[in-house]
Design a protein around this ligand. Structure first.
Ligand SMILES: [Zn+2]
Length: 153
C-alpha cells in the first residue's frame, strides 16, 4: 500500500525493482534458465497477470526471457509450469521416492554422490547433526534421480 491507499502502484515495475528481480534470478530466465541481458528481460507474473487484476509487485514478478513470457501469457506460474509438464514429473518422482525406505534412499544418495545433511541441533554442551530425515533425502534426490532408477531399486 502506498500513501494514496492504492496497492497497484504502477502498471509496471520500476527500473530499480527490475534490477533487483534480474539479479535475484542470477541474470537468467526463471523458466528455461537461459542467460538473458537486462534489456531483454520480460517481467512475468507469479500469481495473477496484471490484466486479470494481479498486482505488479516485486514479490509477484518473475524474470523471464521473451519466449517464455509469451508462452506464459496470462497463466499463473503454477499453471504455466503444469502446462509444460514440469511440476508433474518432479511430483511423481517425489511420490515414488516416498515409497522407498530410508536405507534405499541413503544408497541412492551415495550412488549419486549427493550429500544429505541432517539439521543441526544445539545442545547445551555440543552442537551435533541429526541424521537426515526421509523428506530431506527426498528433496535432494528428486532432482537427480529418474523414475526408472527408482523402480529398479
Ligand atoms: Zn525463458
Amino acid at each position: 500500500m502506498n500513501i494514496w491507499g492504492d496497492d497497484r502502484v504502477s502498471k509496471r515495475l520500476g527500473t530499480r525493482d527490475k534490477q533487483v528481480l534480474y539479479l535475484n534470478a542470477k541474470k537468467r530466465c526463471e523458466n528455461c534458465g537461459k542467460k538473458i541481458d537486462f534489456i531483454d528481460m520480460e517481467v512475468g507474473c507469479k500469481n495473477q497477470a496484471y490484466s486479470l487484476g494481479g498486482r505488479t509487485t516485486l514479490a509477484n514478478s518473475l524474470c523471464l526471457c521473451h519466449g517464455c513470457k509469451k508462452r506464459q501469457g496470462t497463466d499463473s506460474w503454477a499453471t504455466f509450469q503444469k502446462k509444460q509438464g514440469k511440476q508433474d514429473s518432479k511430483t511423481t518422482i517425489k511420490k515414488s521416492l516416498q515409497s522407498l525406505s530410508i536405507t534405499q534412499l541413503k544408497n541412492l544418495a551415495q550412488k549419486h554422490k549427493v550429500t544429505v545433511e541432517g539439521s543441526l541441533v544445539y545442545d547445551f554442551f555440543e552442537t551435533r547433526r541429526k541424521a537426515p530425515t526421509k523428506s530431506q533425502y527426498i528433496n535432494k534426490l528428486a532432482s537427480v534421480v529418474t523414475e526408472k532408477e527408482i523402480s529398479s531399486v
